[in-house]
Write a protein that binds this ligand. Structure first.
Ligand SMILES: Cc1ncc(COP(=O)(O)O)c(C=O)c1O
Length: 414
């Protein structure tokens, strides 16, 4: 396991000091190397190498003050030298928002502010939330239609595999950005999910991701990885992009980061890119104290050792093989598997069929949802801590529901 070393969660909001007994000391650090890669308690005010800043959680008490928190020292191995103003005792903003998509406005705004460019590159089937700024990056027509206004400032490019396996859509991106007459303006950022959750469990290839990251660098755009659904161990490493060895400029996280179902969203920003001035990006509902407490506990409980990673890997394999067994009963034109880690599903090729399957499953005691452009993919996102027995029980219910809807246990292609 390796939690990428550039990130630190800095101090808690001032009012959280009320909870000092529960969460002392007041900062959490993601360590830089494998040996100390669990989040370890760092003394407040301690100087620490290693990059960046972070923002924080979701809706909470209305009274949180805007504060600047202390982040120390320059990066250990940053691609840019720390600016004098940001060395020794630089600042990191703490930002919070209620839905994660509200949070997603922040990286987009920051990328525009830093680069002085307006355009953002987002991908087909990308889902980044439904508040206006985030919705501009989201592909889904149903959600976009609810905006009631034009959604601008985003150029939509095909995701990996969108045009079939013979078209390298990363090359296409590079081509467009290199051509001054392509009509695609130089972007402030490229925002990408390594696996598109809501978009239908589309898995980007490692090479494609690496290429997109290199293209972003080449064209001096920031790389934003939206790890809101796929991060925090869902694909077995803490960050979903570790396997591809990416080094994003900004990372968004939410969902299970609080470890307890409490609302929390994080934006991790490369230390060198933390250019927010105090209060420049703020809001009333900032910080849910309890989420800080549970997030810290979850990080310490689950990420101190490799055991969660190992168990997610084992259960991910179980999920994969069971879903493949189920899909193989049917012609590939009716069912095929998709996904990565513990984020997998069955593409039933029809939103209607998938809808019937999940409603049958619900009646039999299983909550499972759909995703994809036509809601055609039954998406399994079991809790990462689920036991194998319970996972198998859930898959039995799902199999029964699929069998009863498709109406046959025989591969119709056979
Ligand atoms: C990748 C991704 N980004 C952003 C969001 C938006 O999060 P929220 O619904 O909390 O606004 C989601 C929600 O599912 C998501 O999957």
């Amino acid at each position: 396991m390796s939690i990428a070393g550039r990130w630190r969660i800095v101090e808690m909001p001032d009012y959280v000091e009320d909870y000092a007994d529960m969460m002392e000391p007041a900062s959490i650090e993601f360590a830089a190397d494998g040996s100390a890669n669990s989040p370890s308690a760092a003394s407040p005010g301690r100087s620490s190498a290693g990059p960046t800043a972070i923002m924080s959680p979701s809706p909470g008490r209305a009274t949180m003050k805007w504060t600047k928190s202390k982040v120390m020292a320059g990066p250990k191995s940053s691609k840019m030298a720390p600016s004098p103003a940001k060395s020794a005792s630089t600042t990191a903003t703490k930002l919070t928002s209620s839905p994660a998509s509200g949070f997603l406005q922040q990286p987009v705004k920051l990328a525009r502010k830093i680069t002085g460019r307006a355009n953002i590159i987002a991908f087909t089937n990308g889902f980044h939330g439904v508040s206006i700024g985030a919705l501009s990056c989201t592909g889904n027509r149903y959600h976009r239609a609810a905006a009631g206004q034009l959604l601008g400032g985003v150029a939509r490019l095909p995701y990996d595999g969108y045009l079939g396996s013979s078209v390298d859509t990363a090359d296409y991106l590079d081509h467009l950005l290199s051509d001054p007459s392509s009509g695609v303006d130089a972007p402030a950022a490229v925002i990408v999910e390594t696996v598109q959750g809501e978009g239908g469990l589309n898995v980007a290839g490692t090479e494609w991701l690496q290429k997109v990251a290199a293209i972003a660098r080449k064209h001096r755009a920031l790389l934003i990885v939206d790890d809101i659904q796929v991060g925090v161990g869902r694909t077995d490493s803490f960050f979903s992009f570790e396997a591809a060895g990416l080094r994003p400029d900004i990372v968004t996280m939410a969902k299970s980061i609080s470890g307890y179902g409490l609302p929390m969203a994080l934006v991790l920003i490369d230390r060198q890119l933390d250019r927010w001035e105090p209060g420049e990006h703020n809001g009333t509902f900032r910080g849910n104290c309890h989420a800080f407490v549970t997030a810290r506990a979850a990080l310490e409980q689950f990420w101190r050792t490799d055991s969660l990673v190992a168990s997610v890997r084992a259960k991910g394999n179980l999920l994969k093989s069971r879903l493949e067994q189920i899909a193989q009963k049917y012609d590939p034109s009716r069912a095929s598997t998709k996904g990565r880690g513990m984020m997998r599903g069955i593409d039933l090729k029809s939103g209607e069929v998938a809808g019937q399957v999940i409603s049958k499953a619900f009646k039999r005691g299983l909550i499972v949802e759909t995703s994809g452009p036509k809601d055609e993919v039954v998406k399994c996102l079991p809790p990462l801590v689920i036991g194998e027995d319970q996972l198998s029980q859930g898959l039995d219910i799902l199999e029964g529901a699929i069998d009863s809807v498709i109406g046959s246990t025989v591969n119709t292609a056979a």
